[in-house]
Design a protein. Structure first.
Length: 94
């Protein structure tokens, strides 16, 4: 399984939803699983991004589906980055 980093920014609508229904965050993580990926780690952050999520998915197409599905709701904008472990990177350089 491949690892991806999802950097998320809430829209005004997303902030309002989170404030009125904080459990929605966990519901979204379940939605991600229904789309074929799994949230391994997640942090709320201050600054440019509101959330950083580490997601496992079988392939890029699956994580693209997740990113588009989340963004289509209008409550968040997502930047998705493929990630390699240091060992994976070193193996590609050998």
């Amino acid at each position: 399984m491949a690892i991806y980093i999802l950097l998320s920014r809430l829209s005004q609508q997303g902030v309002a939803t989170l404030k009125s229904n904080p459990d929605r965050l966990r519901e979204v993580n379940r939605d991600v699983e229904e789309l074929g990926a799994k949230v391994l780690h997640q942090w709320a952050t201050l600054g440019k991004f509101d959330f950083i999520s580490v997601v496992e998915a079988p392939d890029t197409a699956t994580v693209a589906r997740v990113s588009v599905a989340l963004a289509a709701r209008g409550s968040t904008k997502v930047e998705t980055l493929p990630a390699l472990t240091i060992d994976e990177l070193l193996a590609t350089l050998s």
